[in-house]
Design a protein around this ligand. Structure first.
Ligand code: SAM
Length: 345
């Protein structure tokens, strides 16, 4: 693992209390989703009576773009749009255009892929650079059971191909692995994506939020995933693309591609975490497992200048000492943490 020393010194002094620079901004553009993945937005909680945010509560595209510009000035190099399902937010291409105009920003998006076949070209034309698609199984019945809205896997696979054809490659495909739920899909997924040019990444099931009833027993450790795949197709480790990359990279010894594993539970990477998260309604969270955020919308709508906002964010980051995954226990897993669907993955 990289130590904070391996991370480049902050361009402009924005380092937190553990010396970590601010580099990545994840923006949740909606708290709504057309899927009800059983481990993320279970139907029993996110049913028809669930109070999603009202439109006026959401940051507008202009407000998001203004904040993104300020973050860019503070050293953020990469922006990822997420949600909820980002592609359910109407006219998202307009936001992408605004963000793509910010110089030097790597702009990407995480999606469940359900609207991609229809939207990939427009997203690319608006200035999106890359895309990550979440896909938890290849077997149609397993996939439908997991998304819990009977959505067919074929349409997501079609979306992935449409994204590649539109020039959003290399596409990352993220699979969250939950023991007993979809771990039997690990090898079929590896087989399917091995020669596709897309990069399959396996994510340990995490105790985000407090509605998914997480237990350590549900986690399939990244080590085990690498072993299972390596027995079938030998693997060798490769270097990270950049210091602080969350995925540990492995390549097939026969040259047929690479995979990644994101061991957020069994090998926490808080020490190199350079991410900050902006919720749909403009709350800033310095950790995915936070229990409270900082209200940037109040500043934006209260007439604060760019410099005021910049100073506020800089101060929030300077005070940051979060390292939740390093201190996780079954007790902390029960905290009232914010939901993943609200803050984005
Ligand atoms: N709707 C988009 C999507 O499906 O990618 C973006 C938001 S979704 C919350 C982002 C990612 O978080 C998805 O890959 C999802 O599988 C993952 N996720 C949700 N709950 C998780 C959990 N408990 N542990 C690990 N990953 C989780």
């Amino acid at each position: 693992m990289n130590s904070p020393r391996d991370l480049k010194a902050p361009r402009n002094g924005t380092a937190d209390r553990l010396g970590r620079p601010l580099r990545d901004l994840r923006i949740s553009v909606t708290d709504r989703c057309n899927f009800r993945c059983v481990y993320c937005m279970p139907k029993e909680v996110f049913g028809k009576d669930y109070a999603f945010l009202e439109r006026r509560e959401l940051l507008t595209f202009e407000e998001i773009a203004r904040l993104a510009r300020i973050f860019s000035g503070l050293g953020v190099e990469k922006v990822r749009l997420t949600g909820g399902e980002p592609l359910v937010r109407r006219n998202l291409e307009q936001l992408i255009e605004l963000l793509a105009a910010i110089p030097g920003l790597d702009l990407t998006l995480t999606t469940n892929g359900s609207f991609l076949a229809r939207k990939a070209r427009a997203l690319k034309a608006a200035g999106l650079k890359r895309i990550t698609v979440s896909l938890d199984a290849l077997e149609d019945a397993v996939f439908r059971r997991l998304n819990d809205v009977d959505f067919p896997v074929a349409k997501v696979l079609e979306g992935i191909e449409a994204a590649a054809a539109a020039g959003l490659a290399p596409i990352k495909v993220n699979m969250v692995v939950k023991r007993g739920e979809n771990d039997a899909s690990i090898l079929p997924m590896a087989r399917h994506f091995r020669e596709s040019g897309h990069i399959l990444r396996f994510i340990e099931y995490m105790d985000v939020g407090h509605t998914n009833g997480w237990r350590m027993d549900d986690v399939v450790p990244a080590r085990e995933i690498v072993e299972r795949i390596g027995r079938e197709w030998p693997l060798e480790p490769i270097d990270p693309n950049y210091p602080g990359e969350v995925a540990e990279r492995w390549r097939y010894r026969d040259g047929r591609g690479e995979i990644g594993v994101i061991a957020s539970v069994t090998q926490a990477f808080c020490r190199t975490c350079t991410r900050v998260r902006l919720s749909t309604e403009g709350q800033l969270y310095t950790c995915l497992f936070a229990t409270s955020g900082h209200d940037l919308r109040a500043l934006v709508r209260g007439g604060a200048s760019d410099e005021d906002i910049r100073a506020a964010v800089s101060g929030i980051w300077a005070r940051r000492a979060d390292r939740y995954s390093e201190i996780r226990t079954s007790q902390t897993a029960r905290l009232q943490k914010i939901e993943m669907s609200y803050i984005g993955g």
